[in-house]
Write a protein that binds this ligand. Structure first.
Ligand code: NOJ
Length: 548
């Protein structure tokens, strides 16, 4: 497949580079940094939304799909950006937020003004007979998923923030309008589409309460309707582009559904983002908790997904980080003692597996979560809601802050650290979110002799050059090992054994005899170890051994 050997870089525009000193990243800033992006060797850049938005959820609350938020730049600059990247042979992937619009969007405003036609764009429902909300569903950002619809006796559904009204995909007009949006950007030369929370678009027409003990998510996630609407979107929008790359962000999805979304013959999507591997540091499913990550569970999930998706003939996106996740380095590595080793080990686990790797800006220089001492430093709506809920549950300010500090989405949204200066070389003004680790961690330092950035460049290059990595089969290895995550890739007589030590202490790993006669394709220590059947892996060491 054409996209199997591609690597995608994710940019959070608000935090990449500020060209005009207002403290917010902008499109002009990204254009200025195209040489850096090109130096990574990546094939496509996914941009988080930069459309017109009241910014209640950092751009995922879109009030006009066809306009650029003036704080980010102009349509001319979008076109210039697409062209500047194309000149480096880099495609762009735009974020399509089609499950909801901002309540400031014209459609919602016209619905509020009483236009029936637009009221049918949303899920508007009356209270239940006993006066309770239309259903007992929860918003994913906390609180109920329903809010009063103006001064009517109806409520509108919002699975996310109260300012993000869910769109009624049952209405063919809505689908037409949304496909028009995709086609508008396609006409501008966009070849990558990332569909926000796509698997929750398929709510039933008749909405019902979740039964006691049942998760409301089951009622609206991955329904059969989603598949047929995605197929329709494929037909009506990107399906005729041979070079399109599409990825659906799938909330709480399953392997079976992910296979169905991505089997080429079904003509839905190229790949999915799933998140189960990023919940292994939740306490019984609760994100806002503080527990160490469960390594054996992480391994099992990575393995089950890689094997299951392969068996079904599907494809997955391979990633640790994005703009919604705290930095993986803080979660699964050791930022104090082994930052370089753990950053590179995590990179190898993602880039050498079967799937399309995504690099989230800053990951390639080993950026870490910021250290803030008060809630005032955080901006994200979800974080503030969670803090309030934790306080209500009886946690002290300090305890609640500690939980928030480990899970906040702002952790990954801090500005890209270009140099060691006060604003990290991101802005000549006051950054909208404060960086705190730029003194040691920044692009300039990495370029001058760091080990993480070159390692990433090498991984990107290997995927481009070696069909073994882009196309090879995946087989679990050392599943029982309590410190090492491993797998074997195989393709046309070549085999690659990848071993990743997830801990800061040495460990022994028994490898098959034929690999002792192989060579180290890539490793994250300067001196490769002797290849004996009993290998000693050093703290956070990763090794990829090639035979054939
Ligand atoms: C997923 C996006 O990644 C996240 O940032 C956003 O808040 C929700 N979808 C709602 O659009």
């Amino acid at each position: 497949m054409t996209f199997h050997n591609k690597v995608i870089y994710q940019i959070y525009p608000k935090s990449f580079y500020d060209s005009n000193g207002d403290g917010l990243g902008d499109l002009r800033g990204i254009i200025q940094k195209v040489p850096y992006i090109a130096s990574l060797g990546v094939d496509m850049v996914w941009f988080n939304p930069f459309y017109l938005s009241p910014q209640k959820d950092n751009g995922y609350d879109i009030s006009d799909y066809y306009r650029v938020d003036p704080a980010m730049g102009s349509m001319e600059e979008v076109e210039e950006l697409i062209a500047a990247l194309a000149a480096e042979d880099i495609g762009v992937m735009f974020d399509m937020v089609l499950n909801h619009v901002s309540t400031e969007h014209e459609w919602f405003q016209r619905a509020l003004a009483g236009e029936k036609e637009y009221q049918d764009f949303f899920y508007l429902r009356p209270a239940q007979a006993d006066g309770s909300l239309p259903t007992n569903w929860e918003s994913k950002f906390g609180g109920p998923a329903w809010a009063p619809f103006g001064d009517t006796d109806l409520y509108y559904l919002h699975l996310y923030d109260v300012s993000q009204a869910d769109l009624n995909w049952h209405n063919p007009r809505v689908r037409q309008e949304l496909f028009k949006v995709v086609n508008f950007w396609k006409e501008k030369g966009v070849r990558g589409f990332r569909f926000d929370v796509l698997n929750v678009i398929g709510k039933a027409q008749e909405l019902v309460d979740a039964a006691p003990g049942q998760s409301d998510k089951l009622l609206y996630t991955d329904t059969e309707r989603v598949h047929s609407w995605v197929q329709e979107m494929h037909r009506e929008t990107f399906g005729d582009l041979p070079d399109a790359i599409t990825v659906g962000e799938m909330s709480s999805t399953t392997i079976a559904n992910s296979v169905a979304y991505t089997q080429p013959a079904r003509q839905e999507l190229d790949m999915v983002f799933s998140f189960h591997h990023l919940k292994v540091d939740y306490d019984r499913g609760e994100k806002w908790s503080l527990v160490p990550f469960r390594f054996m569970e992480l391994k099992q999930i990575l393995t089950d997904w890689a094997v299951g998706i392969q068996q079904g003939g599907g494809w997955q996106a391979s990633f640790w980080n994005n703009h919604d996740q705290p930095r993986a380095l803080n979660r699964f590595g050791d930022v104090e003692r082994y930052r370089v080793e753990s950053a590179t080990m995590l990179a190898a686990a993602i880039h050498l597996t079967r799937g399309t790797p995504y690099i989230y800006m800053g990951e390639e220089i080993g950026m870490v979560d910021p250290v803030y001492s008060s809630m005032e430093s955080y901006v994200d709506v979800e974080t503030h809601n969670a803090y309030a809920a934790l306080r209500e549950r009886g946690l002290s300010e300090a305890e609640a802050l500690q939980v928030v500090a480990s899970k906040a989405r702002d952790n990954s949204r801090t500005p890209m650290q270009w140099d060691a200066s006060a604003a990290a070389g991101f802005s000549s003004g006051q950054p909208w979110l404060q960086p705190t680790s730029q003194a040691e961690i920044n692009v300039a330092a990495e370029e001058a002799g760091g080990r993480i950035l070159p390692f990433y460049r090498q991984l990107v290059d290997l995927r481009h050059r070696m069909p073994l990595i882009s196309e090879g089969s995946y087989e679990p290895f050392a599943l029982e090992h309590e410190q090492v995550y491993g797998f074997v890739r195989e393709h046309e007589g070549q085999r690659l054994l990848v071993a990743c030590n997830f801990y800061g202490r040495e460990t022994e790993l028994e490898i098959p005899a034929d690999f002792t006669a192989g060579r180290v394709l890539i490793g994250n220590y300067e001196q490769a170890p002797a290849l004996t059947q009993k290998l000693t892996l050093r703290p956070y060491e990763t090794l990829a051994l090639l035979v054939g």
